[in-house]
Design a protein around this ligand. Structure first.
Ligand code: SF4
Length: 348
């Protein structure tokens, strides 16, 4: 067992950026790491620049098991982590949890102790609740005309974001997917493990003739949609809501594509495959430690410090009170920069 002291500990997952992008607009952008360091991800834009500072230490392959508080329960006094099978304890003036909405909530729940029997910072009983992840769909429009595009993710449509002529409520957002390939389509096939030659050819043909779309509809905060623990495992309880808006968006976008097909003859004969992302699709996870001014109804104050514990912050998608219908990343980044300023002021 070892112990170490730092001014600030940030617990999270990370991924990076140059000022002039080396992007080659390849066909493996969506869902893949970038091999030429062109993606504005956390590794390139945050972790690697931070590593340039002498007073920053990056520890990888460390599993944070729980946080320990003082006897008063008002401060975190140790971060317990498992590294190469050994338990290490780290301490600091400020602890920032940034593991993503699901794992941040799970860490707080897992750290329950005598002072915080329902989990750290959970006097409101809101930790883990109001989990949101969007209602997302992939839609593949297949045409007789080949689509030779390599880098497809170039167009986004918000015409139905606030509703439609016959629907006064927000429906959501539509954008092009990164180009779908035969392997991705095969993954959705029931017979993926033993694909016949004909099936492989069919998937190749679909992929080379498809235009691929991504649809996002907002899901609404529901306190019963939540992260809980079952032993050492994380459990997600989630019941879909706002489904009428989602169904309308999918149907409306199919209608638009068919109008293009008829009017311009761009897609002379077409099929529309739709797939709703299952519960495992949690890339847009948010909620679970919502922020607010009332400690009875929120986990974090407006600067993302927990109401219950003076030196504990949660800075990721957990603070969201609602999720809009676009990727939450830019809001997470903007909020992290804002909270960073508050931390600098506090440490000064
Ligand atoms: S398209 Fe995406 S993955 Fe490909 S080089 Fe550009 S940023 Fe990287």
């Amino acid at each position: 067992m070892t112990t170490s002291y730092y001014d600030v500990i940030i617990i999270g997952t990370g991924a990076g950026g140059g000022t002039l992008s080396p992007c080659i607009r390849c066909n493996t952008c969506d869902g893949f790491p970038c091999l030429v360091d062109a993606k504005a991800d956390a590794d390139l834009n945050c972790v690697r620049p931070a590593e340039q500072y002498d007073n920053v230490t990056l520890i990888t392959e460390a599993k944070v098991k729980r946080l320990h508080t003082s006897l008063s329960g008002r401060e975190v006094i140790a971060v317990e982590a498992q590294i190469n099978g050994e338990i290490h304890f780290f301490s600091s003036d400020i602890v920032v949890v940034a593991c993503g909405a699901i794992n941040s909530a799970a860490l707080l729940l897992r750290s329950a102790n005598e002072q915080h029997p329902n989990g750290l910072a959970n006097s409101s009983e809101q930790v883990g609740r109001n989990f949101m992840k969007h209602q997302n769909a992939a839609m593949i429009g297949v045409s007789l005309k080949a689509n030779l595009t390599e880098f497809q993710k170039t167009l986004a449509i918000n015409d139905f974001y606030w509703g439609d002529a016959d629907f006064d409520y927000p429906m959501g957002h539509v954008q092009l997917l990164g180009k779908v390939n035969a392997d991705m389509i095969a993954q959705e096939s029931p017979s993926v493990l033993g694909l016949s030659f004909q099936e492989k050819n069919a998937f190749e043909a679909i992929a080379s003739h498809s235009v691929d779309w991504w649809l996002t509809t907002e899901d609404l905060p529901d306190s019963n949609n939540r992260v809980t623990l079952r032993g050492d495992s994380i459990q997600l309880n989630y019941t879909e809501n706002n489904t009428e808006a989602y169904n309308r968006l999918v149907n409306r976008w199919t209608q638009v594509l068919k109008m293009i097909a008829c009017g311009e003859r761009i897609i002379p004969a077409s099929f529309y495959f739709r797939k709703k992302l299952p519960l495992q699709g949690v890339a847009h996870q948010c909620g679970t430690c919502r922020f607010g001014e009332d400690p009875k109804t929120s986990v974090l104050d407006i600067n993302c410090r927990t109401h219950d514990i003076d030196n504990l912050y949660v800075v990721d998608g957990s603070f969201f009170c609602s999720s809009a219908a676009v990727n939450p990343t830019l809001t997470i980044i903007a909020n992290a920069l804002r909270v960073g300023d508050r931390l600098i002021e506090r440490m000064a």
